[in-house]
Design a protein around this ligand. Structure first.
Ligand code: NCD
Ligand code: ZN
Length: 322
């Protein structure tokens, strides 16, 4: 429920790696320039459909949030899954994002009226470890002021965000794979690991425990969203490392490993797929993915992209898809 496919050669390389294992994904619109009009969105969707090859896979398209007119939203409604709001400058390619939430409430009201979901990258510009926590008041304000607007807190990383989920009926969340596993220690506690650097930054052990507990029980308002965000090695192993982990090829094997370790495999289907289908009331194409305990050696590179868990052997591997 949260995926970056990029454009051009990168898109052609990474799209099949998700399209193979998943029946659909929400495609994030933070391109340069952003996907903020219907024509661009339709071209981008066609490019993804060409890049996915023979795999059965539905790209669920998102518009980049800006102030939209009612006519624009009416025209876009049947072509989009939702609209993604980035605070300006919060993450990769978000310069065109929102500077003041108060200044765009007319568009929130229209989205509420037209039943268009709002997905938010919820971080302030405060101290890096506190950015999500500081944004929670904005989530609460929006959830209260627009009670019929379906709001997703994207890639939550804190215990406080998990707790907020139960406070508002119209508030949901996605969580990534890596935030169930790593903390800031893995990123910067020893030698700096740029391949684990992402926005929001991984937080404290107690945050990870709260996220993991919610995922393992398939908390009904929590959805898996990998936030797989590929960057070329030249943009990761450098000064000014880009934020984002490329997790797409290892998501399912690692989730099975994690849920098995915690005796929670019975909740995996709901976490990865069922909760999202119920929350957003949609049905992706039918697809059965079989994993077996026979080991997956994760490649060091996919082209010029270093994947999460590069060089490791994961006990589980996808062995058939139908
Ligand atoms: C994402 C990207 O690279 O597009 N990066 C990231 O660290 N997660 C953007 C985002 O979702 O913040
Ligand atoms: Zn993202």
């Amino acid at each position: 429920m949260h995926l970056h496919l990029r454009e051009g050669a990168m898109m052609e390389r990474v799209t099949p790696l998700t399209a193979e294992h998943f029946a659909g994904a929400i495609i994030m619109p933070n391109l340069v320039p952003p996907v903020d009009n219907l024509a661009r969105l339709q071209t981008y969707r066609d490019e993804i459909n060409a890049a996915k090859g023979a795999h059965v896979f539905d790209p669920l398209m998102m518009l980049f949030f800006r102030n939209y007119t009612k006519a624009e939203l009416l025209a876009a409604r049947e072509h989009i899954f939702g609209i993604k709001l980035y605070p300006a400058g919060a993450t990769t390619n978000s310069e065109a994002g929102v500077k003041e939430l108060d200044a765009v409430e007319d568009t929130f009201a229209l989205m509420e009226e037209l039943g268009i979901p709002l997905m938010i990258h919820g971080e302030t510009h405060g101290f890096v470890m506190d950015r999500e926590k500081e944004f929670l008041a904005s989530y609460a304000h929006l959830a209260e002021k627009f009670p019929k607007l379906k709001i997703t807190m994207e890639h939550i990383t804190t215990r406080d965000a998990v707790e907020l989920l139960d406070q508002y009926e119209n508030l949901h969340a996605t969580v990534t794979l890596h935030h169930l596993i790593i903390t800031l220690d893995d990123v910067a506690g020893g030698l700096l690991n740029p391949h684990l650097f992402c926005k929001p930054i991984a937080k404290r052990p107690e945050d990870r425990e709260a996220l993991l507990a919610a995922a393992l029980q398939a908390h009904p308002k929590l959805m898996f969203g990998s936030d797989s965000a590929p960057h070329p090695i030249s943009k990761k192993e450098c000064c000014g490392c880009a934020a984002g982990l490329f997790t797409a090829p290892v998501c399912l094997p690692t989730l099975v490993e994690l849920f098995e370790q915690h005796d929670a495999l019975h909740n995996l289907q709901a976490f990865v797929s069922g909760n999202a289908q119920r929350i957003h009331n949609f049905t992706p194409p039918a697809k059965t993915v079989k994993l077996e305990k026979r080991g997956m050696l994760v490649p060091e590179r996919y082209g010029d992209v270093v994947p999460y868990r590069a060089g490791e052997t994961i006990p589980w591997a996808v062995t058939s898809i139908s």
